[in-house]
Design a protein around this ligand. Structure first.
Ligand code: SF4
Ligand code: SF4
Length: 659
């Protein structure tokens, strides 16, 4: 009967040596993990233990099934093959250990025998091949195709770490198959066909005969054991540590709405200037980075000139945690202000990261420190000063905020004096930017045509504070929240509507819960009114259009379908850009970037987006649903000389035309 002979052809001293090595491996592994945990614990406290069930589901779907990793076909298949190959070999080894060291030793019974054993051999043989194929794909990709996102910083340690992982796993897989093949070549068991790869290898060795094959078997078995234990020992000290840190990071990832930014942890330091001021979870983020580069591929700041790579930021932060004392400062030496200010807070990196790293929480904590120290560019400084003094980034007086309403008849309600169902939170750009006045008036006109009971706050409205907060100006954000909240409290309305996704995000997710009323983006409102039959269109427009998902509407708040349904209801044909919905590409204005000096760029994110849209067959109109996008994309149409090819329109203009 087929049975697993665990130490066939292995001398007694090697058998004993394996156990000694095993215990040493466990000790080194535990020490390495302890060393890492000790580093995390040097960070600031943060509670991440709520909703345990949801956290476990996340680990199952993202660490075990790896659904996010699998979305990227080549690296997805590659990683899943390696992962499942390793898991199968690990489970196989664990079963063999139980079979020999527990049931055989204590009960004189082996369950790995007969048909159970041959099926066990078959499964391991095939899944081991997954590991080999996955490694081959990884080696080809890293060393032949060499995608930019895998190019490491000029650091030899990282390069040898990448090579080490591939080589050590390849040695384990190959020596495992050789040991099996040599055993089959010598023993020639009846069940050999159940181990197809081992059997094929055995054919090669059979002609070599004994004792050559037995000596080879012993030598390769010892090599396999030493290398396998060496790999296990090295897990906490190499890139292999992501086997531990990635699922741990997924487990502790934030379950709060994506648009909710954590407030300052410590009012006395005003942000982060040393790594120990990060929270333990942020430190874990740095350690969970697998250097896969997915975040770099989707980063608009990287695409426009490479100043910022979210991947390299994580790598540099992680390396800094382990630097021996050399006096390098976190801000200035490790991370430069230019990198931090290049971020548009578009959240594409967070969305795509397979280990659920929250880059933005660390970036904004470091920005908070820079803002507190006054290390910001002049234009941004002016915008922040304007926000503080006038409540808007344009530096205009309160009285000018509602100037655009003067030609509107009938006069728009003032919710501070009259009751209205909806408060229209207009936002700075729609209120003050001269180039947007026509669209703001059209919005008011549409609201009036459809009989919406709405009003505005007139001069009591202030900038909602979303971007001031993303810049790192927490004090200013709190002041703006206080002013707007006080105006809300004195006004009579049931629901807030806004055309600005940035205001929408912070009003919905970050304003105080007390007195909180529902917040709708105008695309959601229009969608509701269309589906309930309260808006009826008189025309089918018949245009071929594309739609740009604003980051703060889509990725931050998951609103993808409402604007699309509105577009379709106007009788337009919607053609999607390759980067759409959660993969949408930022216009480049978020996170306060619209207030900053641009500097040298290869291609602006907005220009890249317009070029993407003009490659769609027959698309004439680029639809946006954010006042800032009108400004950004109309500029980009000019700078890319596409005035004859595409027109940028606000969603409300389509609705107005179709009414
Ligand atoms: S938030 Fe956007 S701009 Fe900032 S690092 Fe991530 S991908 Fe790049
Ligand atoms: S941060 Fe995430 S997406 Fe970026 S390289 Fe690291 S693991 Fe990959």
């Amino acid at each position: 009967m087929p049975i697993r002979e665990t130490f066939w052809n292995i001398p007694h001293w090697a058998e004993i040596g394996q156990y000694v090595l095993g215990f040493l491996t466990i000790a080194v592994f535990l020490y390495g993990v302890f060393r890492r945990i000790r580093r995390w614990r040097q960070g600031q406290p943060e509670i991440r233990t709520d909703h345990l069930g949801q956290r476990l589901v996340n680990v199952f779907t993202q660490a075990i099934l790896q659904l996010k990793t699998a979305r990227d076909p080549y690296p997805g298949i590659m990683h899943l093959s390696i992962f499942w190959g390793i898991i199968a070999l690990f489970i196989g080894t664990a079963l063999a250990t139980i079979d020999w060291d527990v049931t055989h030793l204590f009960f004189n019974f082996q369950f790995l025998k007969g048909s159970v054993y041959v099926v066990y051999e078959l499964i391991l043989d095939i899944l081991g091949l997954f590991l080999v194929l996955g490694l081959a794909l990884a080696i080809y990709r890293r060393y032949v195709r060499k995608p930019a996102r895998l190019q490491n910083l000029p650091d030899k340690v990282l390069k040898s770490d990448d090579l080490y992982v591939l080589v050590i796993l390849a040695i384990i897989a190959i020596t495992g198959y050789l040991v099996e093949g040599l055993r089959i070549a010598v023993v020639q068991p009846d069940w050999a066909p159940w181990s197809p790869i081992g059997n094929a290898i055995a054919y090669i060795f059979t002609s070599w005969g004994n004792p050559t094959n037995q000596v080879l078997h012993t030598t390769i078995w010892i090599t396999h054991i030493v290398v396998s234990f060496g790999a296990l020992c090295s897990i906490p000290f190499t890139k292999l540590f992501h086997i531990v840190s990635a699922p741990t990071n997924i487990f502790f990832s934030s379950l709060k709405p994506a648009g909710t930014l954590a407030p300052l942890r410590d009012d006395t330091t005003m942000g982060v200037k040393e790594w120990k001021q990060f929270s333990w979870k942020q430190i874990l983020d740095f350690e969970a980075c697998t250097r896969c580069g997915r975040c770099q591929d989707v980063c608009p700041a990287y695409a426009s000139g490479g100043i910022l790579s979210p991947r390299n930021m994580m790598i540099k932060l992680d390396m800094h945690l382990w630097e021996r004392k050399n006096g390098r400062k976190l801000l200035g030496d490790v991370i430069t202000p230019a990198e931090l200010w290049a971020c548009t807070t578009c959240r594409a990196c967070v969305q795509v990261c397979p280990t659920f790293i929250d880059h933005l929480s660390s970036f904004i904590d470091m920005r908070r420190y820079l803002v507190n120290e006054g290390e910001v560019d002049t234009q941004l400084q002016d915008a922040l000063a304007n926000l503080g003094r006038y409540g808007n980034s344009f530096g205009q007086s309160d009285r000018m905020r509602a100037k655009w309403t003067q030609p509107i008849q009938p006069k728009i309600k003032d919710v501070r004096r009259e009751q209205a169902e909806y408060l229209w939170f207009v936002g700075d750009y729609a209120s003050y930017s001269a180039s947007l006045t026509e669209i703001t008036e059209t919005t008011a006109s549409v609201f009036q045509k459809i009989g919406l009971d709405f009003g505005i706050l007139y001069e009591s409205e202030r900038n909602a504070g979303n971007d001031a907060r993303r810049v790192g100006e927490e004090g200013l954000f709190e002041m703006l929240v206080e002013k707007n909240s006080s105006a809300f409290a004195k006004s009579q309305f049931q629901t807030i509507i806004t055309t600005d996704p940035h205001s929408y995000n912070t009003l919905k997710n970050e304003y105080p819960i007390e007195g909180q009323r529902p917040v709708l983006h105008y695309s959601e409102l229009l969608d509701n009114l269309i589906s309930s039959g309260k808006i009826k269109f008189s025309k089918k427009l018949g245009y071929k259009v594309t739609f740009h998902d604003p980051c703060y509407l889509g990725r931050y708040n998951g609103v993808y379908d409402a604007p699309r349904r509105v577009i379709t209801a106007t009788g337009c044909e919607l053609v999607e850009m390759p980067r759409c919905r959660e993969n949408s590409f930022c216009c480049g204005a978020g996170g306060g970037r619209i207030w900053m000096e641009e500097g040298e760029v290869k291609e602006r994110p907005s220009e890249s987006r317009i070029n993407e849209a003009t490659h769609l067959d027959g698309v004439q109109i680029f639809i946006v649903a954010c006042p800032k996008d009108i400004t950004m994309y109309r500029d980009a149409v000019k700078t890319t000389q596409n005035e004859d090819n595409i027109v940028v329109k606000d969603l409300i203009e389509l609705v107005n035309e179709a009414l």
